[in-house]
Design a protein around this ligand. Structure first.
Ligand SMILES: Cc1cc2nc3c(=O)[nH]c(=O)nc-3n(C[C@H](O)[C@H](O)[C@H](O)COP(=O)(O)OP(=O)(O)OC[C@H]3O[C@@H](n4cnc5c(N)ncnc54)[C@H](O)[C@@H]3O)c2cc1C
Length: 484
């Protein structure tokens, strides 16, 4: 059986951030993820906003970790080659009572340490956000809000963790965990985590299981919370409308959610949503006509120029909520076991701060944190032709013809980028799409899917029948066995 100091269960943004944080210490760490690739859970389906920390109660853990997470993301941005862009956000008020709420939000944000908050006037809005509804009377401006590609964030964290010795195992579902009591004085407890992929022994376990965190906690009798998924439907607009807005635009928030907003992906597509309503089914990622109507009504109130005919894609994500705040604690029922659960929004933002908090909890329960002498840095920089000035792209193509061989026309993704994604660990069409955007454009992969499947088969030495969209059960080509 393989032995580790720490086993992290779950390879979303939180698990990857914990792996990245622990990789700075002299520890033997493994990350276990049940899906075919990392970031295939909640972390693939969100708004991609690095929130400044406003719109969180001043005394909340999620508020504190959001503000710190925002600071850490910008700090690690250059090192990890993150595509973080600071665009700023506006929480928009349409009448006097909403303006009163803006002052309250400003005060709460400042209590949490959010920098640079100011209330801006109707005139400021007219000059700086021309497509905003002219009925808006004021807004709370938070300049530190930004956008990021959520999946590329996860891959950057995990690749850096792997470079520094963390073992990442996908297709490894943890089905049961046994806690083995200390054999003698001075010896710590041990956990054995097991499933079809094998058995792993670890002195500490960090549960980052997202929507299934309560099931995982129950395996060691430490289920002190219940996950109640809250669905969010999002609608993506064509890139031709990329200049629709300059800032992220929010309405004044409700107690349940920050509200339906107008944002854009880090790759330039405007995006509207999300809704927020509780569901029972943890696999239900359907979108609804009602959701679309609701999203359009709020988004068009903020920006009347939004046209439903510009919607090119939609998705839903489930916030893994467990009450109002994050649940991050060492469990006394199972010493050495840390629950990191209820990581609803702003979990993407807070992930690096959550990871530091978890390292602190592990240290308090006796895990020695000895820093490595010189953590290794990722030197490989990914190439993204679509985000490059034309002159640079031309030089790149002259130097490397594979950069000029365009596989995905909608998103201008080259053969070099697809090969680089496969080299970095993509084994499925979604894995390639999340790393490169190939297949994420207006034609939804009609043009490039066959070629990417061929490349996946050739580069990984598998038959094309083994290539899938997102793992076992989603293969696209089936062998015809009718005539033997
Ligand atoms: C619609 C929507 C919009 C959002 N927008 C934002 C935003 O703009 N900004 C922001 O900061 N936050 C946002 N969030 C919140 C953010 O997406 C989440 O907080 C974050 O992604 C949670 O990450 P996670 O790692 O906890 O969960 P996940 O990404 O779900 O990771 C958990 C992983 O555990 C794995 N797993 C589960 N059980 C097992 C097992 N038994 N064995 C092995 N692996 C297992 C799963 O497969 C999964 O990959 C949004 C959420 C939604 C739904």
């Amino acid at each position: 059986m393989r032995e580790y100091d720490v086993a992290i269960v779950g390879g979303g943004v939180v698990g990857a951030a914990v792996a990245h944080e622990l990789s700075h210490y002299r520890l033997n760490v493994v990350l276990l993820e049940k899906e075919e690739d990392l970031s295939f859970g909640v972390s693939k389906a969100n708004s991609g906003i690095i929130h400044p920390g406003t719109q969180n109660p001043a005394d909340s853990l999620k508020g504190r970790l959001c503000v710190e997470g925002n600071r850490l993301v910008r700090e690690m941005s250059a090192d990890l080659d993150l595509d973080f862009k600071e665009v700023g956000e506006l929480v928009v008020a349409f009448d006097d009572s909403e303006v009163g709420r803006l002052w309250q939000l400003k005060q709460e944000g400042e209590a949490l340490g959010v920098p640079g908050l100011e209330i801006v006037s109707r005139e400021w809005l007219r000059d700086n956000e021309p497509n905003l509804n002219p009925d808006a009377v004021a807004a709370l401006h938070a300049p530190t809000a930004g956008i990021i590609s959520p999946y590329r964030f996860v891959f950057a964290l995990s690749e850096s963790a792997q470079l520094n010795g963390v073992e990442v195992l996908t297709r490894t579902r943890v089905e049961w965990i046994e806690r083995i009591s200390p054999a003698g004085p001075g010896e710590g407890a041990r956990f054995v985590l097991a499933g079809a992929a094998g058995e792993f022994a670890a002195r500490y376990v960090v549960n980052c299981g997202g929507l299934h965190a309560d099931d995982i906690a129950a395996m060691v009798g430490a289920c002190t919370f219940h996950i109640r998924p809250r669905k969010g439907e999002e609608y993506i607009l064509d890139k031709k409308r990329r200049y629709l807005t300059r800032h992220l635009l929010f309405p004044v928030p409700t107690p349940e959610s920050k509200g339906i907003l107008v944002t854009r992906t880090s790759d330039g597509n405007p995006m509207i949503g999300p809704t927020a309503y509780e569901v029972d089914d943890r696999e239900d990622l359907s979108t609804t006509d009602d959701g679309l109507r609701q999203v359009l009504a709020v988004a068009q109130r903020l920006v009347p120029a939004i046209d439903p005919r510009d919607i090119i894609a939609y998705f839903a994500g489930l916030r893994p909520a467990a009450g109002d705040d994050f649940v991050i604690r060492s469990e006394s029922q199972a010493p050495g076991f840390v629950n990191v659960a209820g990581i609803q929004s702003p979990g993407l933002t807070a992930a690096p701060a959550i990871a530091r908090h978890v390292a602190g909890l592990l240290s308090q329960t006796g895990m020695p944190l000895v820093p490595k002498d010189a953590p290794r840095r990722q030197n490989r920089r990914s190439v993204h032709l679509f985000s490059m000035p034309l002159g640079d792209a031309r030089r790149l193509v002259e130097h490397d013809p594979e950069c000029g061989d365009i596989v995905c026309r909608c998103e201008t993704v080259s053969l070099r980028e697809v090969k680089q994604a496969i080299e970095a660990g993509a084994t499925t069409l979604d894995g390639v799409k999340f790393r490169t955007r190939a297949g994420a454009g207006r034609c939804h992969g009609s043009f490039c899917t066959c070629r990417i499947m061929r490349l996946l088969a050739d580069e990984t030495g598998r038959p094309v029948t083994a290539v899938s969209k997102r793992g076992a059960g989603s293969e696209l080509v089936v062998e015809d066995r009718a005539d033997g």
